[in-house]
Ligand binder design. Structure first.
Ligand code: DX5
Ligand code: ZN
Length: 223
């Protein structure tokens, strides 16, 4: 299997009192991306980061910024997040009645565009746009909080997402997010995911650098 593994630690789980050090640790530890969870307190109950934090991340790290928008009317933020230095913007299909237009707008701004689905949302919602996506994110928990329990039933969905992308001839990366840790990563890797968000698993580990390496190695083992 020639899939490249990408590990994307989630800022949500970092100790924000040590913002700069936390970013340096994961960068030194070989993280591929920084995952930035943007929550608006409407689409999901929690409230987190905006353009100012993205801009600060951009200053402090060279890692690509993978911005996951858990917000209603996501298009309101495209311009300011692009200006702040986001590399990739992923929006929820549940908040995107004009998904094609929204994806195209993200690309027009020179960014990579992703679409994501809650665990209960059908993959059919992205079939028609699969070839245009740079990334498909299959949520493995219900969005809104870090450190939740991985939902095992999503493994089958990841496998079906892999088939859908392949059938569409899509080059989109297949990302998973929520409850990804040593115990769960192999199941989704085997199902066809290549990009792994890990919040709690990385930042709560005694040695976050070693944890990033361990997660990556677990995928290689199963290749
Ligand atoms: C959940 C967020 C996740 C979260 C993952 O709504 O989208 O990115 O930070 O955290 P862990 O890895 O701790 O489940
Ligand atoms: Zn996320």
């Amino acid at each position: 299997m020639s899939r490249t593994v990408r590990i994307a630690p989630s800022l949500l789980a970092a100790d924000l009192g040590r913002f700069k050090e936390e970013l340096a640790i994961i960068e030194e530890g070989g993280a591929d991306w920084l995952h930035v969870d943007v929550m608006d307190g409407v689409f999901v109950p929690n409230l987190t980061f905006g353009a100012k934090v993205i801009e600060t991340c951009r200053r402090l790290t060279k890692l690509p910024l993978d911005c996951h928008l858990m917000v209603v009317e996501p298009e309101k933020y495209f311009d300011s997040f692009a200006k702040a230095g986001a590399d990739l913007i992923t929006i929820h299909v549940e908040t995107a009645p004009h998904l094609h237009r929204q994806v195209m707008r993200i690309k027009e701004l020179g960014l990579k565009a992703g679409a994501t689905l809650n665990p209960s949302t059908s993959l059919e919602t992205v079939r028609e746009i699969a070839a245009d996506l740079d990334l498909l994110l299959v949520m493995t928990v219900n969005p809104g909080y870090g450190a939740q329990k991985f939902i095992p039933a999503t493994v089958g969905k990841v496998a079906r997402a892999r088939q859908l992308l392949d059938a569409a001839g899509s080059h989109a990366l297949l990302e998973v997010d929520g409850g990804i840790a040593r115990e769960t990563i192999q199941s989704v890797w085997r199902a066809g995911a290549d990009t792994f968000v890990a919040g709690n698993a990385v930042f709560s580990a005694k040695d976050p650098k070693a944890e990033i390496a361990a997660l990556r190695a677990l995928c290689a083992e199963q290749a």
